[in-house]
Design a protein around this ligand. Structure first.
Ligand code: HEM
Length: 489
């Protein structure tokens, strides 16, 4: 059915009209991707929109049902990733999240699944508990630095899970290189970010050539990526040699390798997974937990209701634990609402199509880059009334029970769905539960005692959104809460 009855090929989905030669090169948004593509859906009166430049087709799905049909029901065709010619130059070809659909990806994904499935992640519970307790203690000591504490919580949790490497300060070189690498990399890979993506031959131009600035940035990015992999791996080897190693993905691997041997291939797999997870796990979780804090300040009634629930179910003599999760439905609704309200990767990570496909009368050609617009779906007025209000009550049915809308769209779709979602869910939940149990979050006051308005803006960093810095005051809720923070066990 490639050709319609008149012998013409089926049309592409609607979208801006292409110009001769350059197609839609000038139409692609360079910022606010999610909002812009949602606007296209309105403008062209179609939830599926399309644009094209120099043979590169992009399709954006703004409705959940289309994302499910294409990315999940037709997963066999829609599970590839667009590989940009720039990735190897950046050292990003080892990133599991960006690998093409195939055996190499499958081998890496299997290791992720073995470690991060809902049962397996229980092995991280004591580590998550330890890190959350440190987070609470830092909040008590220097509440004004809550953003730093929040960052250290997520990053150190990840580097401990992967390398047994504890990060205590944001000045740690591993944080620095990852951040620089991500900023440079993020700029290069956004649509329209680098000419190298459009003109692959540019990658043969040496970095020192005048004007080869994105090439230079890629080389810099590669150096940083290699450093980011090397520092914690060296740490693991050293700590094993010194007998100070603690269990982690990479430590366990090298222990096994030294004891019974392992192939070089296996070593690469483990190193690539650890490095990918470091990039995938921290900033996403930080984005979500900052949304949580910000919304608690802006919605004191929601906060109070959650605290009442925790007080009722958990009491004040101990901190909430994972066993309490099923007994705290309102907190569960807050977790859902945080990720609905501000999905950390609003248009997700692009999928790519491996064969020509037809859908709803449109042609989606082989190689098309497909973005599910998570933000548009989670703000779909037909599904969520008043989508721009932060309201956990939307997740309860008329009998006051949690409804079955428990699919967190923020984790993406199909075979490439976030493989770390159980880690993310448990880390975020424990952080939210214990913070609410011990602290009240409210607007900070300036030197004159006047409330400081909360900055609700986000900054786009590649495909990720990060909360802009904002002021917030953390007040310990009671002497009992203070005691729990200081002596949680
Ligand atoms: C709130 C936190 C997080 C959010 C919102 C998030 C979101 C996402 C999204 C949207 C994708 C792309 C899904 C798709 O292509 O359809 C993804 C992929 C991925 N995530 Fe997460 N993520 C989070 C935390 C984590 C954590 C904690 C880990 C690891 C422990 C992780 C590991 C990965 C990996 C490895 C991939 C690539 C999967 C693949 O391409 O096969 N993520 N994540």
């Amino acid at each position: 059915d490639v050709l319609s009855s008149k012998g013409k090929r089926a049309p592409y989905p609607p979208g801006p009209k292409p110009l001769p030669l350059i197609g839609n090169a000038l139409d692609f948004p360079s910022e606010k991707f999610a909002q812009n593509y949602a606007d296209w859906a309105k403008k062209y009166d179609s939830p599926i929109v399309h644009a094209e430049s120099l043979g590169n087709h992009v399709v954006v799905l703004n409705k959940l049902e289309d994302a499910i049909e294409l990315l999940e029901v037709r997963a066999k065709l829609y599970s590839d990733r667009p590989t940009l010619p720039i990735f190897p130059l950046m050292g990003w070809d080892f990133n599991v999240a960006l690998m093409p659909y195939g055996d190499m990806w499958r081998q890496h994904r299997r290791i992720c699944q073995q470690n991060f499935n809902p049962q397996a992640v229980r092995k991280y519970e004591s580590l998550q508990t330890e890190k959350v307790q440190r987070f609470l203690r830092s909040l008590l000591e220097t509440p004004q630095d809550f953003e730093t504490h929040n960052k250290i919580f997520s990053v150190s949790l990840t580097t401990c899970m992967m390398y047994g490497y504890d990060i205590k300060s944001v000045d740690d070189r591993v944080i620095e290189v990852a951040e620089e690498g991500n900023v440079i990399g993020g700029r290069l890979v956004v649509p329209g970010g680098s000419l190298i993506n459009i003109f692959p031959f540019l990658k043969h131009i040496p970095a020192w050539f005048p004007g080869a600035s994105s090439h230079k940035a890629a080389v810099e990015c590669k150096k940083l990526t290699e450093e980011m992999m090397r520092i914690p791996t060296d740490f693991v080897k050293k700590s094993l040699a010194e007998g100070t190693a603690v269990p982690s993905l990479v430590t366990d691997f090298y222990e096994r390798k030294y004891a019974v041997g392992a192939s070089e291939e296996e070593e690469e797999l483990i190193k690539n997974v650890a490095y990918t997870v470091y990039g995938a796990a921290s900033d996403t979780t930080i984005s979500a937990s900052n949304t949580f804090i910000c919304q608690m300040v802006l919605n004191p009634d929601v906060q109070r209701k959650a605290q009442e629930e925790i007080d009722r179910v958990v009491g004040s003599k101990r901190l909430p634990t994972f066993e309490d999760r099923k007994s705290l439905p309102y907190l569960e609704a807050i977790y859902r609402e945080v990720l609905r309200f501000k999905p950390p990767i609003p248009i997700s990570v692009a999928h790519a199509v491996t064969e020509d496909d037809h859908y709803k009368g449109y042609l989606i050609p082989k190689g098309t880059v497909v973005y599910p617009n998570i933000w548009a779906m989670s703000h779909d007025e037909e599904v969520y009334t008043e989508p721009f209000a932060f309201n956990p009550d939307r997740f309860f049915d008329e009998n006051g029970k949690l409804n079955d809308d428990d699919r967190i769209l923020a984790y993406g779709f199909g075979r490439r769905i976030c493989v770390g979602k159980s880690v993310a869910s448990t880390s975020l939940w424990l952080q939210m539960a214990t913070t609410l149990a011990c602290f009240t979050m409210s607007k900070a006051k300036d030197a004159n005692g006047k409330e400081i308005e909360v900055d609700t803006n986000y900054e786009e960093s590649g495909l990720l959104i990060r909360k802009e810095p904002f002021a917030c005051s953390f007040t310990v809720r009671s002497p009992a809460a203070r005691k729990l923070v200081l002596d949680p066990n």
